[in-house]
Design a protein around this ligand. Structure first.
Ligand code: MF3
Ligand code: CO
Ligand code: CO
Length: 252
């Protein structure tokens, strides 16, 4: 069941989303070669708590940290660690979800560590562009798969990239993960009519090879990696469907 949020729920989700965005920007400002992903986790955690909110990932299904940090061939759900040190040339996704007054906001972005390869730079730029194109296509009266999956797939496939299928965007706001499951490739499963007041994330995970397959780390039960070791990038926004288009809630 896809919820239509009320005006007061929308205000609450907008406020949480703004805090998630502010947290992401603040945390990303510490990115440099030589720091650990646990350092980023600590910065995000303290910032969220200082703003009277809760980091949604912490203890979510047993997840042990307050953000996800996903480096290079890690697609998503990377667990911050003191032993994991950023190095020049890496790309790192930081994914922040906040709970403020009971409302959820969810956003992520992929950043370079120092100077990165032109392949990595293009992957980051194109992944972000695919999200922006999808956002521009969302509007009440459109179909979800035609505004999101089809737009992202048509833009990215010619580059020889692939779009992860096993994980997707999701309704969000009153809970971390609500209906609908948002595919980032075109599929009839997402032939859903968009209505004003729907809130969901769009968060394409894009592999720099034609292989969209992934696997989950057997030891930690979380970290998702590309099957073939290729780089993967991701950007995520929480958006509100309106009659005139999409409002990006995770925008400062
Ligand atoms: N923030 C992720 C998403 O975009 C979910 C992370 S779940 C966690 O849906 F448990 F790993 F935090
Ligand atoms: Co999400
Ligand atoms: Co997220």
């Amino acid at each position: 069941m896809i919820l239509i949020k009320t005006p007061s729920q929308i205000d609450g989700i907008r406020a949480s989303s703004k805090l998630a965005t502010a947290t992401l920007k603040y945390t990303a400002s510490f990115i440099k070669s030589g720091i650990s992903t646990e350092f980023l986790n600590q910065k995000a955690h303290d910032y969220i708590i200082a703003h009277k909110a809760i980091p949604a990932p912490l203890n979510y299904g047993g997840f042990p940290k307050s953000i996800c940090t996903s480096i290079n061939n890690v697609v998503c759900h990377g667990i911050p660690s003191k032993k994991e040190i950023l190095k020049e040339g890496d790309i790192v996704n930081i994914d922040v979800t906040t709970i403020l007054n009971g409302y959820y906001g969810d956003t992520s972005a992929t950043y370079p560590v120092g100077k990165i390869s032109s392949e990595a730079k293009l992957l980051i730029e194109r992944t972000k562009k695919s999200l922006d194109l999808a956002i521009k296509s969302v509007k009440a009266g459109q179909y979800l798969n035609e505004s999101v999956g089809r737009v992202i797939e048509n833009y990215l496939t010619p580059f020889g990239y692939s779009i992860v299928r096993d994980l997707g965007g999701h309704g969000v706001g009153l809970k971390f993960h609500e209906d609908p499951f948002v595919f980032h490739h075109n599929t009839p499963e997402n032939h859903i009519l968009l209505k004003a007041g729907m809130i969901f994330t769009i968060e394409p995970m894009v592999n720099a090879s034609p292989n969209w397959h992934i696997y989950q780390d057997k030891n930690d039960g979380w970290t998702i990696q590309t099957e073939d070791g290729s780089l993967s990038a991701q950007f995520e926004h929480t958006i509100l469907v309106t009659d005139s288009g999409a409002e990006v809630l995770t925008k400062l």
